[in-house]
Design a binder for this molecule. Structure first.
Ligand code: ATP
Length: 600
C-alpha cells in the first residue's frame, strides 16, 4: 500500500491484468514470436554462410558453389528484413490492443470503486494513474517491450547458434558476461537516485531564478542581489554535482560494456587460433563465432538500455492494476427486495473517519419496511455519517448494516443502487439536457415518466419555461441551474430510480420553508411503501415521520414517535419547543396538526 488511499499491485497481481489479455490474443502473440524467431534464424544463418564461403574459397571450391552461398546469404538478408518489419508491425498492433484493454479495465475499476475511496484519494493521484501512468505503460508497450523481446530472442538464439557452431568457442561469451552483469547492476542501482537528484536540482534552479526575476524590485530594494546570486550559484552547483555523478556512472558503465564485447571477441580469436593450431576449430567456425560475438553487441546493448524503461513501466502497471485492490470484495449478487419488504437493521455500528476516533459509538436501530424514520440531533452528532453507512458509502469499523437482510457494505456499488439511494444536500448537475440529468438512473424512462417525476417535485413549470424544455442543455456549458433547482432534479432522479430504501440527507434544504413543505407532501405520496430515513434540520419533517431518533455525540439519545418524545420532555421536546418558537417568531409556515403525511 502507498500512503494514499489507492494501493499498488504486487507483481503477481499486475501480471494477472496483462496475461489474460495476451491469452485472448494468443494467435497474434504467437505470430509475432514466430516472425521474430524466423528473422533471427535468418540473421544467424548469415555468419554460418559467410563461414562456409570462407572455407569454400580456402578449399578452392568452384565458382558455382561460391555463387550459391552468396545467393543464399542475400536471401537470408531479405527474409530477415521482411520478417522483422512484419513482426514489428504486428507487435505494435498487439501493444495497442493490450493498452486499450488495460485502459478499459482501469476505467471500469475506477467507476466501481466505492465512493468513499474516491473521496479519500487525492484527485492528483487518480488523475496521475489515469494519465501519466497509462502513458508510461503505453510508451513501454509500443517501444521498450518489443525492443526487449526481440533483443532477448536474438541474444538467446545467437548464443544457441554459437554453441551449435562450436561449443568450446561459444564459451568465450562467459568471459564477458560477469563484466556486463556487474556494471549494469551497479548502474541500475545508482542511476535512479542520481537522475532524481538531477531533476530536483533543476527544479530548484528554476524556482530560484523565477523568484529572483519575479521579485526583482524587492531584491533591489532590500539589496538582496548578492544573496540571490549566491543562492543561484548554490543551486547550479548542486545540479552540476548531480550531472557529474550521472555522467560518471555512464562513463563507467558504457566502457565496461564495450570492454566486455571486446573481451568476448578477443578470447574467441585467441581460443580459435589455438583450436585451429590444435585442429579442433576450423577457419569457418572461427569466423562464424567471431561474427556472432560481434552480432551480440546490438541486442545486449538494447537489452540493458531498455531495462530502465521496462522497470518504470512495471511500476506504472502496478499502480494501474492496484486500483483493483481498492474494490470492495464481491459476494454473490442478491436480488433487490421489492419496496415495502426492505427494512434496515443496524447492529452495534462503530465508525471513525480514516482510522481516527470513532464518531459513531455502537448504534443499533431497526427501521421497519415502509417506515419513515427521522434522524435529528445537534451538528456533528453523526447523522450524516449514519446515513452514509446505511447507503453503503462507508463500511462500519465494526457492527453491521443490513438492508432487506443484505449486508450493504459488502455489495459492489452497482448493486447497492438497487437497494438504497442517498440524496445529499448538494447535488451535481451533469452537462447534458434536463431529460438526460433526470434519467441517469433509469435511461429507458420515457418522456411522460420524466415529466411526471418533474411534476411531483414541483419542477415541471420552470423546466417547461426553458428554451427547449426537457431538451435544454444545463450544467457545464448549458443554462445555469440554481442549487434549489439542482435539488429538485435530484429528487426527480430518485422518483425514477425507485429504490426500496431512501436516505434523504437534508434533501430539501436549499428550498425555502414553504416550497420544501409542499414538495415534501407531494413526495410523501410517491414514496409511500418505501423505507425512508430522513436527516432533518426542519423539525416539521421529524414531526411528520413515523418515528424519530435523536443522535447525540454518536449515540442514540432518544427514540420514539414525535408524540412520545414531546411528552417525555427530553432533548427532543426541547428542540421541538425551540423550533416551534423560531418558526412562529419568523412568521413562516406554522406547523400543521400532527399526523399529516409528509415524508421529509
Ligand atoms: P451536521 O448536522 O452538521 O451535518 P452531522 O450530525 O450530520 O452534522 P456528521 O457530518 O456525521 O454529523 O459528522 C460527525 C463527525 O464526523 C463530526 O465530528 C465531523 O467533523 C466528522 N466528519 C464528518 N465527515 C468527515 C470526513 N469526511 N472526514 C473526517 N471527519 C468527518
Amino acid at each position: 500500500m502507498t500512503g494514499d488511499a489507492l494501493p499498488v499491485a504486487t507483481p503477481a497481481e499486475a501480471r494477472a491484468v496483462v496475461v489474460p489479455v495476451l491469452r485472448d490474443r494468443r494467435r497474434a502473440l504467437l505470430a509475432v514470436l514466430a516472425l521474430h524467431v524466423v528473422a533471427t534464424l535468418a540473421g544467424l544463418a548469415g555468419p554460418r554462410l559467410l563461414g562456409a564461403l570462407v572455407e569454400s574459397v580456402q578449399r578452392g571450391g568452384g565458382r558455382g558453389q561460391v555463387d550459391l552461398l552468396a545467393g543464399l546469404f542475400a536471401v537470408t538478408l531479405l527474409v530477415r528484413a521482411l520478417c522483422t518489419r512484419s513482426a514489428r508491425l504486428r507487435a505494435a498492433v498487439l501493444a495497442e490492443f493490450v493498452l486499450a484493454r488495460v485502459r478499459e479495465d482501469f476505467l471500469a475499476r475506477l467507476l466501481r470503486l466505492p465512493p468513499s475511496t474516491v473521496e479519500r484519494s487525492s484527485t492528483g493521484e487518480l488523475v496521475t494513474r489515469a494519465t501519466t501512468d497509462v502513458e508510461t505503460l503505453s510508451a513501454a508497450l509500443r517501444h521498450a517491450v518489443p525492443e526487449v523481446t526481440v533483443a532477448a530472442a536474438v541474444t538467446g538464439l545467437t548464443i544457441g547458434a554459437m554453441l551449435l557452431t562450436s561449443p568450446p568457442l561459444a564459451l568465450c561469451v562467459v568471459v564477458g558476461l560477469p563484466l556486463v552483469v556487474w556494471s549494469t547492476r551497479r548502474y541500475l542501482r545508482r542511476a535512479p537516485e542520481g537522475y532524481r537528484r538531477e531533476m530536483a536540482g533543476w527544479a530548484r534552479v528554476n524556482a530560484v531564478i523565477q523568484e529572483t526575476a519575479g521579485g526583482g524590485r524587492s531584491v533591489e530594494a532590500l539589496r538582496l542581489a548578492e544573496r540571490r546570486a549566491r543562492d543561484t550559484d548554490e543551486a547550479i552547483a548542486e545540479v552540476s554535482a548531480a550531472e557529474r555523478y550521472t555522467l560518471r556512472l555512464r562513463t563507467t558503465w558504457l566502457p565496461c560494456l564495450e570492454a566486455a564485447y571486446l573481451l568476448v571477441l578477443v578470447s574467441a580469436l585467441v581460443l580459435g587460433g589455438l583450436g585451429h593450431r590444435q585442429g579442433w576449430a576450423g577457419l569457418g567456425q572461427i569466423v562464424a563465432v567471431c561474427v556472432y560475438a560481434w552480432l551480440l553487441v546490438g541486442p545486449v546493448d538494447t537489452l540493458v538500455t531498455w531495462l530502465d524503461e521496462v522497470q518504470v513501466a512495471a511500476t506504472a502497471l502496478a499502480r494501474i492494476a492496484g486500483v483493483a485492490g481498492a474494490e470492495p470484495p464481491r459476494g454473490p449478487a442478491p436480488t433487490p427486495r421489492p419496496r415495502g419488504e426492505a427494512g434496515v437493521r443496524i447492529r452495534d455500528v462503530r465508525f471513525g473517519y480514516d482510522g481516527r476516533d470513532d464518531v459513531l459509538h455502537g448504534v443499533s436501530l431497526d427501521v421497519a419496511p415502509g417506515e419513515r424514520l427521522a434522524i435529528v440531533g445537534p451538528s456533528g452528532a453523526g447523522k450524516s455519517t449514519l446515513g452514509r453507512l446505511v447507503a453503503g458509502l462507508d463500511r462500519p469499523r465494526s457492527g453491521t448494516v443490513r438492508i432487506g437482510g443484505v449486508p450493504i457494505a459488502d455489495l459492489p456499488p452497482e448493486l447497492v443502487r438497487g437497494h438504497v439511494a442517498l440524496l445529499p444536500q448538494e447535488n451535481h448537475v451533469f452537462g447534458g439536457s434536463v431529460a438526460y440529468n433526470v434519467t441517469l438512473p433509469a435511461p429507458s424512462a420515457g418522456r411522460d415518466a420524466v415529466e411526471h417525476a418533474l411534476h411531483l417535485v414541483r419542477a415541471l413549470d420552470w423546466v417547461r419555461e426553458l428554451p427547449d424544455g426537457l431538451d435544454t442543455p444545463i450544467g457545464s456549458g448549458g443554462m445555469p441551474v440554481s442549487p434549489a433547482q439542482a435539488q429538485q432534479l435530484a429528487l426527480a432522479r430518485v422518483v425514477l430510480a425507485d429504490p426500496p430504501v431512501l436516505v434523504l440527507d437534508e434533501a430539501t434544504s436549499m428550498l425555502d420553508d414553504r416550497s420544501a413543505r409542499t414538495l415534501e407532501r407531494s413526495l410523501a405520496d410517491v414514496l409511500s411503501g418505501r423505507t425512508v430515513i430522513v436527516i432533518a434540520h426542519r423539525l416539521h419533517t421529524a414531526r411528520d415521520a413515523d418515528r424519530v431518533v435523536v443522535l447525540d455525540g454518536g449515540r442514540i439519545a432518544e427514540l420514539g414517535t414525535h408524540r412520545e418524545l414531546v411528552s417525555a420532555g427530553g432533548a427532543y421536546a426541547r428542540l421541538w419547543a425551540a423550533w416551534r418558537g423560531d418558526v412562529n417568531a419568523a412568521g413562516t409556515t406554522a406547523p400543521p396538526p400532527p399526523g399529516s403525511s409528509a415524508v421529509a
